[in-house]
Design a binder for this molecule. Structure first.
Ligand code: ADP
Ligand code: MG
Length: 308
């Protein structure tokens, strides 16, 4: 099998519909965008050993490479439509490719995202996916727009993926936490629901505090008062020492939950967690179980930290 055989065997699944005029196999893809829609585009690269453990199974790498992109579309309130896949592979391992495609397409099919093209090269293992979605014109959610008094909410319980990664590094290969790390679920339905109501939105890839700060900065230098007691109530992290738990929940990455702000009057969708309020006073503050207020220092993943 050569490069072209590989593309044909593993990445040429032409499913009907999806406004695709031309898909994998030509020099470029051709698609049509709905007349009253805007195109929303995103791209993420996953490098082995940096964005996922070297020994992560191919199926989960495939899933994850698309999931992190769909999560960005969810954060914009977009409906996903098409994607492109650029693969850098050290060798042509058919078992690996088959498992990778399995993971990739199981998520693509779940959300009817069409893979319409890509690139395949030899090199260190790295996966780049570009995904496009659509929103009604002018309707995309943004990081900017939060207002003092807005509620700060999450689409679920944070910190599980960071705990799962720790477990993975300790040799654990199954369970709810490992699953949370290995198979993040992009919150597309939630993003769509939030589109008309959220004042700002982001997906948590680097850590709740770091990502919250992106919203607060984009919204004009606001601050936040958080209720840390809410975070105690995760049954899956029960038994973890408090400081470790808070570190995972506030600064752990990889959860791919939506973090959003909404006006005070809004019924939170099922499964969402209210974490606190936006404040006109800059800075991040957290109230703990004893009623003590502590200043929270945002720490999260950064590829190029200052001073590097
Ligand atoms: P070109 O040399 O014209 O850029 P390629 O040989 O790289 O074309 O790719 C041939 C076709 O296969 C194109 O339609 C391209 O989009 C598609 N393709 C290449 N690699 C992948 C991949 N990993 N997944 C999906 N489509 C791919
Ligand atoms: Mg060409």
């Amino acid at each position: 099998m050569d490069e072209f055989g590989l593309i044909k065997a593993f990445f040429s699944r032409h499913s009907p519909g999806g406004n695709v005029s031309l898909s994998v196999g030509d020099d470029a893809a051709v698609v049509s965008v709905a007349a009253d829609a805007e195109l929303v585009m995103t791209m993420d690269t996953l490098v082995a050993g940096r964005h996922f453990p070297e020994d992560l199974p191919a199926e989960q790498i495939g899933w994850r490479s698309l999931a992190v992109n769909l999560s960005d579309l969810a954060a914009m309130g977009a409906d996903p439509s098409w994607c492109l896949l650029s693969l850098s592979l050290p060798d042509l391992d058919q078992d690996w490719l088959s498992a990778f495609a399995e993971g990739f397409f199981s998520l693509a099919e779940q959300y009817q995202v069409r893979l319409v093209g890509g690139d395949t090269v030899r090199g260190p293992l790295s996966v780049t996916v570009q995904a496009s979605g659509q929103v009604p014109a002018g309707g995309a959610l943004r990081r900017q727009g939060a207002r003092p008094g807005d509620r700060i909410c999450l689409g679920g319980r944070p910190g599980r993926a960071a705990a799962g990664l720790q477990q993975w590094q300790d040799g654990v290969r199954s369970g709810e936490l490992v699953e949370a790390f290995c198979k993040p679920q992009p919150q597309l339905a939630l993003g769509r629901k939030l589109r008309p109501v959220a004042s700002a939105c982001i997906d948590v890839s680097d850590g709740v505090l770091v990502d919250l700060l992106h919203i607060l900065d984009a919204s004009g230098g606001l601050g936040a008062d958080l209720d840390l007691v809410v975070l105690e109530q995760d049954p899956v992290l029960a038994g973890v020492p408090t400081e470790q738990r808070l570190q995972w929940q506030l600064s752990g990455g990889d959860d791919y939950l939506l973090l959003f702000t909404v006006p005070a009057v809004f019924n939170l969708p099922h499964g969402c967690v209210e974490l606190g309020r936006v404040s006109a006073r800059p800075g991040l503050r957290g109230r703990d179980g004893e009623g003590q207020i502590r200043t929270l220092a945002p720490a999260g993943f950064n590829h190029f930290p200052t001073g590097d």
